[in-house]
Design a protein around this ligand. Structure first.
Ligand code: AMP
Length: 190
């Protein structure tokens, strides 16, 4: 199986690149942000709980997102592999993911980490907010909080995967196809 963690701060291009990778490598895309927004749209209790945190740019509790990923893995027993986009975001999530995958006889193949400067992230997110209507993309102080959450709780996970010799850092600025090409080169060398 090919199981990739597509990593990076909000606005790094994880969603865009995931969409290209799922087609090229026939993978299942698991974006916890998308799943949570689906729960909100469906008006579930889980969505309601998550919305308050997401609208502020705070992380949703580990237990919720780990449970979501666990059931998605169970629901896709014949997958060729998975792209984890926006997950894991904390040490507890990374450990839980390793445990879930090893219970299925598999593991993370690589973490592909997209590197983008803060000023560029803010510009991209504000631009996306105009079209997506996402509350967390529209306001600069919420965006700052999301970047802060990333730096404090999520960025340290690079060390977690580096310790397993699975980290590749890729420059996330340039054309979408150039970045995709760089990701493909890393994946093809696995
Ligand atoms: P994203 O679409 O990945 O930018 O996520 C949007 C928001 O959903 C985040 O700011 C968090 O509030 C929440 N979220 C998404 N994935 C996770 C996760 N793995 N852990 C905690 N919160 C998450």
């Amino acid at each position: 199986m090919l199981n990739l963690v597509l990593f990076g701060p909000p606005g790094a291009g994880k969603g865009t690149q995931s969409n290209l990778l799922i087609d090229k490598y026939n993978l299942v895309h698991l974006s916890t942000g998308d799943i949570l927004r689906g729960e909100i749209a469906a008006g579930t209790a889980l969505g309601l709980e998550a919305k308050t945190l997401m609208d502020k740019g705070d992380l949703v509790p580990d237990k919720i997102v780990i449970g979501m990923i666990s059931s998605k893995l169970d629901n896709n027993p014949t997958a060729n592999g998975f792209i984890f986009d926006g997950f894991p975001r904390t040490a507890a999530q990374a450990t839980a993911l390793d445990t879930l995958l090893s219970g299925k006889g598999t593991a993370i193949s690589a973490m592909l980490s997209l590197k983008v400067e803060d000023a560029e992230l803010i510009k991209r997110l504000l631009e996306r907010g105009k079209e997506s209507g996402r509350a967390d993309d529209k306001n600069e102080s919420i965006i700052a909080n999301r970047i802060n959450e990333y730096n404090n709780k999520t960025a340290p996970l690079k060390e977690f995967y580096a310790a397993q010799n699975k980290l590749s850092e890729i420059e996330g600025v340039g054309s979408i196809t150039d970045i995709a090409q760089k990701l493909n080169t890393v994946i093809d060398s696995l």
